[in-house]
Design a protein around this ligand. Structure first.
Ligand code: NAD
Ligand code: UD1
Length: 331
């Protein structure tokens, strides 16, 4: 099976390409490096010993997409390409709407032209807004609080409409919880250029001494120790979920939505303490005000993905902390 991976040099895309290659898929990738680096391609080759076909370009650009589909017999697409920084999306919403929506529309149009109608899409637990209860199931009400989340929800709706209009489509929408960790080789991982917004990249900067301390955003939440609780999932488990989703869309037409999480919530303090213990490194922190828009707790009910995709996360929080740190230490 030949798979086009958009945004494949990014964090989740690169790990997914490694798993695809290890499982003998042919991979074609497009990325414009807006949030990743070309060296990732060398690392993928170093890990797998295999080549991929790579196009540098923008997924909004239908010409290059047509070129890709003309040059390659693409059977299915995994669409990772998108901008993902919540805070930036509030400051420059049009950049997010333009990039995330436009790229998806171009991709869907060109897929239709070439009669390629199998798609796996990267959505996010952010589409659940403030969940009415926990754990979160796929049929919970959907809402968003920022432009980034709004693009994910809009795209989910576009994909529903596409399937209503044409039952030949086969679409898996994967709602990721909080991906952390890195490939066990330490060659690929999360490598943000800017000041990180998310917890694990920030912990790493503190552990390596680049930043003095972690700011913990609030300890008065309704959780085990007052700090925010999230469902952290190892990026390699997440990557493997994409292979299961591909198998599913290859078999059955339709559109379906899956939570990819572990089902377990960890607080900020639990994650910090585990990271320190596993890696034998200090992570100094200070309790600060809450971050606007944050919720107390968020974790998945992943049973639907287990039932329908035969997928479940295997790695634990210690694996995630060890592999995250191993990636920065090897570089
Ligand atoms: P990432 O930024 O590391 O990877 C995205 C890749 O897409 C980057 O390599 C970037 O250069 C590329 N890209 C962006 N816009 C492009 C365009 N128009 N044309 C070509 N390439 C483009 O992000 P990630 O963490 O790997 O996330 C992948 C997807 O998963 C994104 O859609 C993101 O919104 C979604 N997601 C991520 C998380 C998370 O916490 N990492 C959680 C939920 C959902
Ligand atoms: C954030 C986004 C969400 C996105 C997800 C994955 C917000 C409001 N939400 O979710 O839309 O889908 O990332 O990209 O930005 N924390 C600290 N100190 C820090 C950073 C985080 O205490 O420096 C805390 C947060 O308050 C939270 C937890 O750590 O309780 C996890 O934060 P983060 O990694 O940013 O993920 P989310 O808030 O779940």
């Amino acid at each position: 099976m030949k798979v086009l991976v958009t945004g494949g040099t990014g964090y989740i895309g690169s790990h997914t390409i490694v798993e695809l290659l290890d499982n003998n898929y042919d991979v074609v990738c497009i990325d414009n490096f807006i949030n990743s680096k070309p060296e990732v391609l060398d690392k993928i080759k170093e890990i797998t010993g295999k080549e991929i076909t790579f196009y540098e370009g923008d997924v909004c650009d239908k010409q290059i997409l047509r070129q890709i589909f003309t040059d390659n017999n693409i059977d299915a697409v995994i669409h990772f390409a998108g901008l993902k920084a919540v805070g930036e999306s509030v400051r420059v919403p049009l950049k997010y709407y333009r990039n995330n929506i436009d790229s998806t529309l171009s991709l869907l149009e060109v897929m239709g032209e070439y009669n390629c109608k199998k798609l796996v899409f990267s959505s996010s637990a952010t589409v659940y807004g403030k969940p009415k209860s926990l754990p979160i199931k796929e049929d919970f009400p959907l809402s968003t609080t920022n432009p980034y989340g709004a693009t994910k929800l809009m795209i989910e709706n576009i994909l529903r409409d596409i399937y209503v209009s044409d039952k030949d489509w086969s679409i898996a929408v994967l709602r990721y919880f909080n991906p952390i960790g890195a490939h066990s080789s330490g060659l690929i991982g999360e490598n943000p250029n800017d000041i990180p917004n998310n917890l694990m990249p920030y912990i790493i900067k503190v552990a390596t001494g680049e930043y003095q301390k972690l700011n913990i955003f609030g300890n008065d939440y309704d959780t085990v120790d007052g700090t925010g609780v999230r469902d952290y999932i190892h990026v390699v488990d997440l990557a493997l979920g994409h292979l299961k989703a591909l198998e599913k869309i290859d078999k059955d037409n339709g559109i379906d939505f899956y939570n990819l999480g572990t089902g377990h919530g960890f607080s900020v303090l639990e994650l910090v303490n585990t990271f320190s213990k596993v890696n034998k490194v200090d992570v100094p922190y200070e309790i600060c005000d809450r971050r606007p828009g944050d919720i107390d707790a968020c974790y998945a009910d992943p049973s639907y993905a287990k039932e329908k995709l035969n997928w479940q996360a295997e790695k634990n929080i210690e694996d995630m902390c060890r592999d995250s740190y191993n990636f920065v230490n090897r570089k």
